[in-house]
Structures are given as C-alpha cells and as structure tokens.
Ligand binder design. Structure first.
Ligand code: ADP
Ligand code: ASP
Ligand code: MG
Length: 815
C-alpha cells in the first residue's frame, strides 16, 4: 500500500464526555490524509457492562438501574453532540436497537442465573459498538466499519488469541479503498471458526489500532489518551512523574509489560515489526508534543533509566530442593507444565547454585501453578528431593527500564542501595543479560514507597526530597516551621533540597498529608483538618504512611514521644530531637537507639539537646572521628541559670529572676527542671556519652543552690515559697560582688566523673564574662590540651534552638 495514511486510536476518556468527544471531532477533522479512527467504549462503560452482567447473573434486580444508567449515558451523549436532524434520528434508531438487544440479554441472564464467558464477551462488545456509531455520526464524512468482520481470533490454552495472518488479509481486503475517515470499534473481534464475538483483552482497543496500522503499513499509529504522553512512572502514584519525549520499542514494551497502563502491551509488537512509529497524544491537550516510540532514538540525550512501572498483582512461586542441583531439565519441566496450563510467567529468577527457581505469576494463576507443579514433581517431592511448591501471594513487582542501562555500571547498586536505605526488603530480583530491565519483587505495602524512592533517585536528581514529620508546635516547633517555610524555596533552587512537611502534630491535633502541607497557615489547617493526637496515633500514622526519606522531628519535651524513636528508627525513619529525654535516658536505651540508626542507615541527631544551636555535639564527633580523645569537659550549659545569675542584683531578687527567665522563654516550661540541676545533668550525660563514656544521670554529683524541699510540692507551691530564699541570696550576692566574682553553674566531666555545682569565678576565669543566657563549653582533648577548645554563644531561645534542629535536618540531606 503506497498511499499515505494513519491510524488514530481514542481511548475511553477521550470519548467519555461531551467536551472530550467534541475535541476528538476537531482533531480528526483537521487530518488531511486518509485516517482510520479506532475508538474505545465511552469511559467507564466496559466496567459497567461487566458489573451489570454479574449483578443480573446473581439475580440482583438492581442491575436494571445500572442498565438504565448505561442507556442514559449513550442517549444523552447522542442528544448533546449530534444536532437534531436526519443523522440524529438515524443514529438513535441504531443505538436504541443495540440497547434493546442488550436489555434482552441482561434479562435472559437474570432469569437463568448463568453468565458464560461467551455471553460476557457479547455483552462487553456493546460498549465499542455503541461508541463507534456515535463518533461516526459526529465526524464529517466518516464511514463505519465492523471490526468483528476482520479482527479474527482463535482459541489457544482457553484464551482467544489473534489470528494474525487471517486478520491482516481481511483488513487489507476491507480497506482496499480507503475512505477519508474510517471508523472502527476497538477491542472487539470474532472467533475465526465459530464466528462468536470475542475480544482482545482489557485495554485491547490499542491493539486493534496497532493491528490495522501494521496490516496497512500506516505512516504512524497515534494513541490519543488523557495524559500528555508516556510518563516516567504512573502519574496516579508518582505526582512528579513527567513525560518522556522519546522511547524505543524495546523500552516501551518493557514498561507496558510491567503495568504502564497507557499502552496495552501487545500493541507494540505489530507496529514495531513494521517499524511504524507510535505517537502518544493527549486529547485534552492536543498541543503537547506527546511521546514518540520508534526503533531509533537518541540515547545520548536520555537518562540511564527511562521509566519505572509496576504490577501489584504478583505471586511468587519457588521450586526449591537440593535434588535440583545440577539436574538437567528441571526448568524445562517447570515451564512446560505452566505453559500447558496457559499460565503466563512474567519473571524468573534462578540462583547459580541451581537449588531454587522463583517464578512471578499473576495472583489468579497462583493456585493452579502450584497444583500443576506439585503434580509435575510429585515423585521428587515424595523422595524429598524437591520441597512441596507453594506460592507467596499478594506481592508487587517493580521494573526499571532503559536501554542506556546497558554497559552502565552501578545501576543495580544504586537501585538496591536506595531501596535498602529506605528499609525496603527485596524478595526476588531479575535482570536479563539484555540489561534493559531490572525487575524486583517487594511486599505490596512497600510498592508506593519503592516507586517514590526510585523515581526520586533516578529522575529527580536535580533535587533531593526529605519528608518531614514535625511533632510539637510550641515555641521551638512553631519557630522551626516558620524557618522552614521561609527557606523552602531557596533550598530547592540553590541547594537542590526539597523539604516536604508531610505531618504536623501537637498534644491535641495531628494532620498528615503525603503530598506536603502548606506551612504558611499551618495552624488554621491543623484546626480545620487535624485529627486526634497521641504518641500512639503519631507512631501508627508515621510508620503506616511508609514514606521514603522520612525524618521525624521531635520539638516536644514529652517522654511518650521520646519512646517512639526506637520503632521509628527500626522503620528507617531518621529522628531529629530537640527533646532531651531519649539521649539522656538510660545508657542502654541511648546506645540501642544509636545502634539501630547505624544498622538501618538512618540518622539519630540531637545537637540541640546541648547548647541550643551551638555546634557542640557535631564538633565533638568530628574530633573523635579524626582520632582525638576528649579528656575533660567544663561547661555552663544552662541558659536559664546563667540568665538568673547575670540578672540577680540589689534591685532584682532571686525569685524575680526566675520569673523573668520563664517569661522570656529561656527556662523549661517547669523552671524547677532548671533549678534542680536536672536539665544540666541531662546535658552533661549526653555530652559525656557523645565523648565516648558511659554515664548515667544518677552518677552525677550534685551541689545545688536551692534546697530540695522547694522541689517537693506543686508548681504553685514552688512559686509561693521561693521568695523565702531572696534575702539569703542577696546577702551572698553582695559578698560575691565585693570579691569581684560571678556565680556560674558549672557542669564538669573528668576521669569518668560528672558533677554539677554553683561556682564562684573571678575575672581570670573564662566563664566570668558569660553574658545573658549564653552557654560556654571548654573541651580539653589530647590535641587541645594546653588551651582547651572553647565554644560559646546563645544557649537558649526558641529561634536558635529551631535553627539547630533545622541544621540537623539539613545534615541528614547531606547537601
Ligand atoms: P485510555 O482510556 O485512553 O486507553 P488508559 O486509562 O487505558 O487510557 O491509560 C491512560 C492512563 O494510564 C493514564 O491516565 C495514567 O493514569 C495511566 N498510566 C499508568 N502508567 C503510566 C505511564 N507510565 N505514563 C502515562 N500514563 C500512565
Ligand atoms: N473498552 C475496553 C476496556 O475498557 C477496551 C479499551 O478501552 O481499550 O478495556
Ligand atoms: Mg487503555
């Protein structure tokens, strides 16, 4: 055939609504060369036909309403898109005739309660027959052709398979003379022997179009659908998937076979064989360039992997046993038994030790597959040479595809490394020597996360995503959210880091959204959309979301929240804590959390536990990692206490300074935690542990300045009683003033011993001039011996603490 022509296929959504069907008219009428237009049923109708027939067969009379919906969809479409006149009357007559036939069939099956595959195939054929008649009437000069007359199938292994030779011959015969626009119902066919209605399988209209394009040597096959083209992943799962401009046939075939629904898999072969390109276009956005699929593409311009696809309908069947090793013909027998029973195998994995072969099949085939394999190997199973065959059901298979993977080292490493870091365990994997596809099987619950992490690491390497759960919206949490909100754009543009806050919780409310929460008015959103909150709820939700590159940020002082870290880290979720409770809890717990984090390849960071935003822990880690040894720590670690001892004067009594510290947000919510030295002890314990020593809170020696009885009652009692100390403090303060000294509450760790005490320091001491609420830390190490390393600065305050938390988060991103 020398004439230029093309085949265009419009899917269900393209003919599903009035607007889309009018768009089809416009697109087709703009074509100048002869065109064959293949259409699907109106969107959703095939599903509805299948459901309605099932209801009728079950004797459920509600099928009548479903049937009426089907009638209304079609009749309304006719009235809205075809103008009144002879054409409409003629069309209505044909449409009503088909709908009446359909009614009779439904009635029949509802009476006899029986739905044979043959009747089922007849019923679904009405979808395409109806839609094609409507589109024919709509498009100028269109002529309708009945695909049942030229798409022929034959029965093999209980399935209807295309008879390619006969079909090609009949298509050539039918289209010897090409009309301007030929209209063909997709999907439907007839058995070459019995003439009964059959079909090409769900999504089969793509295949109809491909078969016609190949038979007629079309210039191009255009598949018009509801997305801008073939995308890097299923856009319903990966919100930032994007259109691939070019794909080779091999790549497209690999992706479709593994569930990229945009093209029905058998579609590729007929046109590939004839070297006819496929163009995927969007009916709803015809100006978008779409995706071209052809033999030769410019691989130099492509990424190493082109796309990711998946099927969640996977069962893994493993034939295993020491009796298989070195025995010739085991695999032959496995595949022969499966093939004879019409079971399709989409993945095979065999270790070189030969003692097991794993096979991926659809869930619906799993039971039969096990049965036939147990039969085939009955003798070996009886002898104990092979174990009884069973299936692991409800798994998912993911494939990464790209011809550029060939001879590119490191792809498998990157793939499995990414999955491992995110706690996804791979159950089986396979890579053909053609190196265009690596497939692996995971649990269904890990599918979405797997797709996200892979998509993120292979396609969006321009920026990295961290998904944050922020717990606590008090002064620190609120300040952190504001800082993130202010930096989000800059980090994305300049540092390639996307901070996506996917959960915010406080003591009362919790709200989670995997697409990301708009931070500028998070409080209103939390009020509006938030649900109940408790550590348990937060734990279940955070782990349940199973989101990749997750970081849990604890800005609370809550012990229930601190208890969640173990489970979170175990589930590969990094933890950044401003909350000191976990790191200062028993050494065993602290150490276990650190070990879990290390084992899982995630981070447990708590820099702000000591010295707010000052880089103390990080500096100590750097010293130790580079071979130094910390011998002594001396520090003023309480911003609150330092503030109090700097403020106290003849005019401001001791009790008043405590009140001021609380009001200015320096102290813990309960200032007794500061005054009892508890807060400083916690910090000292954390520092000692990070310096490599094992220290418990109880082991720290305390020399306090507020007698114990002041801590016994309630907080109210404390506020009432504390002015009793003012006079004594003023007398001591005066004396100290005369000696030219200052009070500092000093934490010390040396020779395995920790202590906290109120000390009097004179002008020569480095702590003498410590202003306001500042902290100071002196580290004496093997290298910094004569002159200790000194770190000094704001040691309290919401914004510096939040900044320190923020720095830990950025540290996880490693940018
Ligand atoms: P049609 O009715 O036009 O045949 P389908 O629903 O069969 O359309 O296929 C198009 C749909 O395939 C898209 O709407 C999209 O949700 C889904 N899809 C899955 N994977 C991909 C992918 N990799 N690229 C594009 N679309 C995909
Ligand atoms: N209408 C059929 C289906 O929904 C065929 C197709 O749309 O391609 O599967
Ligand atoms: Mg489709």
């Amino acid at each position: 055939m020398n004439e230029r022509m093309k085949v265009m296929k419009f899917g269900g959504s393209s003919v599903g609504t009035v607007n889309s069907i009018l768009s089809v008219k416009k697109i087709v009428e703009a074509v100048t060369e002869p065109v064959i237009v293949v259409v699907s049923a109106l969107g959703g109708i095939t599903d509805k036909l299948i459901n309605t027939s099932q209801m009728a067969a079950d004797g459920n009379l509600a099928y009548e309403k479903e049937y009426r919906d089907i009638v209304n969809r079609h009749i309304e479409m006719v009235y809205t898109v075809v103008p009144a006149g002879d054409k409409r009357t003629e069309l209505l007559e044909k449409v009503n005739e088909l709908l009446n036939e359909l009614k009779d069939i439904f009635q029949g099956i509802s009476l006899i309660h029986d739905l044979s595959p043959k009747t089922s195939a007849t019923i679904v054929s009405y979808g395409e027959r109806l839609s094609s008649l409507i589109v024919t009437a709509l498009i100028n000069d269109a002529e309708w052709f009945d695909s049942r007359k030229f798409i022929k199938t034959e029965k093999k292994h209980a399935k209807h398979i295309l008879d390619s030779d006969l079909t090609t011959e009949l298509i050539r015969e039918t289209f010897k003379e090409l009309p301007k626009v030929a209209l063909v119902p997709g999907f439907i066919s007839t058995d070459k022997q019995t003439g009964e209605i059959t079909n090409l399988g769900r999504g089969g209209s793509d295949y109809t179009a491909s078969i016609i394009a190949a038979a007629l040597d079309a210039d191009i096959l255009e598949i018009w659908t509801d997305v801008d083209g073939f995308m890097t992943a299923d856009p319903r799962v990966i919100s930032n998937a994007y259109v691939i401009s070019e794909l080779s046939y091999v790549e497209a075939m690999e992706l479709c076979n593994f569930g990229a629904k945009v093209v029905y898999p058998p579609t590729i072969y007929p046109v590939c064989h004839k070297n006819i390109p496929i163009l995927i276009k969007n009916t709803f956005n015809p100006d978008a360039p779409g995706t071209i699929i052809r033999q030769e593409i410019d691989h130099a311009k492509s990424k190493v992997i082109k796309g990711i696809s998946s099927i969640n309908d996977t069962s893994l069947i493993t034939v295993t046993g020491l009796g298989m090793v070195g025995v010739i013909g085991v695999n032959f027998r496995i595949f022969k038994a499966l093939a004879q029973n019409g079971i399709s195998v989409f993945m095979v994995s065999q270790a070189s030790s030969e003692n097991s072969t794993s096979i991926g099949v659809r869930n619906e085939d799993a039971a039969l597959a096990c049965e036939v394999l147990n039969q085939e190997f009955a003798k070996e199973i009886e002898m104990g040479e092979i174990s009884p065959v069973c299936a692991e059901m409800n798994l998912a298979t993911v494939a990464i595809v790209g011809e550029n993977m060939k001879h590119t080292p490191g792809i498998a490493g990157k793939l499995f490394g990414t999955l491992g870091r995110n706690g996804i365990s791979v159950i089986a994997c396979a890579q053909g020597a053609s190196e265009t596809n690596i497939s692996f099987v995971v649990e269904t619950k890990s599918l979405r996360k797997s797709l996200n992490v892979i998509h993120d690491s292979f396609f969006l390497s321009e920026y990295q995503v961290l998904n944050l759960f922020i717990c606590g919206t008090g002064t620190v949490g609120d300040s952190l959210i504001k800082q993130i909100c202010g930096q989000q754009q800059k980090l994305m543009q300049e540092r390639g880091l996307k901070l996506n806050v996917v959960g915010i919780a406080n003591g009362h409310q919790a709200w989670f959204n995997r697409e990301g929460i708009e931070l500028s008015n998070y409080r209103a959103l939390l009020d509006e959309k938030g649900g109940a909150s408790s550590p348990q709820i937060i734990r279940d939700e955070v782990i349940g979301m199973n989101i990749f590159n997750s970081v849990f940020v604890d800005c609370t002082a809550n012990s229930g929240v601190a208890e969640l870290y173990k489970d979170l880290l175990t589930n590969n979720i990094s933890v950044v804590a401003a909350n000191k409770i976990a790191a200062s809890s028993s050494y065993a717990n602290y150490n276990e959390l650190k070990q879990i984090a290390r084992k899982r390849g995630v981070k447990f960071l708590f820099e702000t536990n000591v010295g707010a935003g000052l880089p103390i822990i990080k500096t100590m880690n750097d010293l130790i990692n580079s071979g130094d040894k910390i011998q002594k720590i001396e520090a003023v670690l309480s911003g609150t206490l330092n503030f109090i001892f700097n403020k106290i004067s003849a005019d401001v009594p001791f009790s008043e300074t405590i009140r001021m510290a609380k009001e200015q947000g320096y102290s813990e919510p309960d200032p007794r935690i500061d005054l009892s030295g508890k807060d400083v002890i916690r910090k000292l314990v954390i520092l000692a542990r990070e310096a490599g020593y094992c220290l418990e809170q109880e082991e720290v020696e305390k020399h306090l300045f507020v007698p114990n009885e002041f801590f016994d009652g309630s907080l109210d009692d404390f506020w009432k009683n504390i002015p009793a100390l003012d006079a004594d403090f003023e007398a001591r303060r005066k004396q100290l003033d005369e000696q030219g000294k200052h009070w500092r509450f000093v934490a010390k760790f040396e020779n395995g011993q920790g202590s906290v005490s109120l000390q009097e320091v004179d002008k020569s001491h480095p702590f003498y001039n410590l202003e306001g609420s500042n902290n100071i830390i002196l580290l004496t190490t093997e290298r910094y011996h004569e002159y200790p390393m000194m770190i000094q600065g704001y040691g309290a305050g919401a914004s510096v603490t939040a900044a320190g938390v923020f720095a830990d988060i950025i540290g996880i991103a490693n940018i």
